[in-house]
Design a protein around this ligand. Structure first.
Ligand code: MN
Length: 341
């Protein structure tokens, strides 16, 4: 049998509430068999109504108390009379940050959650400016989109429009648009919150799976050092080269380790090559010339540059070993150039 939870947040929820609601699910290991009820209370207040004995009541971003043992996570913890040292000390920048610190085993090594909490810390204090600076067109477009949604449908179903958010900051924008609809009386605050939480779930679960896939791919990669140029040849995969590039760039361990990397997608018969250096375009053009040098019959269609990745079609002549040879050649040329200067 599932467990019962009641999560109390403050009226007119902000993005901190969204992040807390999402992180509570991870921290308390809440599954689909469990029952979760979300209630909104006046700013700073506790939920006072009686609940059944088997219900765990969790307060986040309201209640004035920061006490993980009591399931209370409010960074505005000046009301915590039981613990005067805590109220005197610097408060957490957000309640999400307080939850993060309260569950080190769950969150400490989770880079995605760390990034989400950092974002929440920034927007929780500055979301007003963010709201004002939004591009009016994007805003209207989104509002029209949301209006066209049948709000009577079940949350996760009508979320399909937002199910593939690329980054949590897009969800921040989306959430405040939804809150504008709430203030205009077109959406309940629970609907706005649920949509944003579902979007966060989509972002988190897609990316944690992807992150795992990428890490596996990287650990199986071949790293060749040629005259100081570090080349990473990744195993065959159908992962999007742009995604791999983004992952390498945003992971320090990889970023400091690789200069050039090569992917091969045997299904689409395509190679992806990119450089991590600052002189990226120059380097990629050099690779273009090198590959053309090996196969002069190569046409424009066989090779194109897109979003910092050079794509090369696999043909009878353009084989994995040819690409390898061309990329290793780059190491030699780089050394020569350095020697001349
Ligand atoms: Mn708040």
């Amino acid at each position: 049998m599932g467990k019962k939870y009641l999560i109390a947040l403050h009226r007119g929820p902000d993005f901190d509430c969204v992040t807390c609601r999402f992180m509570i699910e991870l921290a308390y290991n809440i599954g689909p068999e469990d029952e979760v009820q979300v209630v909104f209370v006046e700013h700073g207040k506790m939920y006072e109504s009686p609940v059944s004995e088997d219900t765990t009541v969790i307060h986040a971003d309201t209640g004035g108390i920061l006490d993980p043992m009591q399931n209370c996570f409010d960074h505005h913890n000046s009301g915590n009379l039981l613990d005067e040292e805590i109220s005197g000390r610097d408060c957490d920048p957000s309640s999400a940050n307080a939850i993060f610190n309260a569950f080190p085993n769950r969150f400490r090594h989770d880079q995605l959650i760390q990034a989400l909490v950092n974002l929440t810390n920034r927007v929780d204090s500055g979301h007003r400016e963010q709201r004002e600076n939004q591009d009016q067109d994007t805003r209207n477009e989104l509002i029209t989109k949301i209006r066209s949604i049948n709000i009577k449908r079940r949350t996760k179903f009508w979320l399909s429009e937002f199910q593939d958010p690329k980054e949590p900051r897009h969800i921040v924008t989306m959430f405040y648009q939804l809150m504008n609809l709430f203030w205009a009386g077109k959406l309940s605050e629970l609907q706005a919150l649920d949509m944003a939480v579902a979007a966060l779930e989509a972002w988190y679960f897609t990316n944690s799976t992807l992150q795992h896939k990428l890490e596996t791919l990287m650990s199986d990669a071949e790293l060749v050092e040629n005259n100081g140029l570090r080349i990473m040849i990744l195993p065959d995969s159908d992962l999007w080269p742009k995604m791999i590039r983004y992952h390498i760039r945003s992971t320090r361990r990889w970023r400091d380790m690789v200069d050039v990397w090569v992917t091969h997608n045997p299904k689409e018969k395509k190679f992806g090559i990119t450089c991590m250096s600052e002189d990226l375009e120059h380097d990629l053009k050099k690779i273009c010339r090198l590959i053309k040098g090996v196969d002069p019959n190569l046409t424009e269609d066989d090779m194109h540059l897109e979003s910092f990745v050079l794509y090369v079609n696999e043909t009878k002549k353009i084989t994995p070993s040819l690409i390898r040879q061309a990329v290793l050649e780059l190491g030699k040329k780089a050394r020569l150039k350095a020697g001349n200067e």
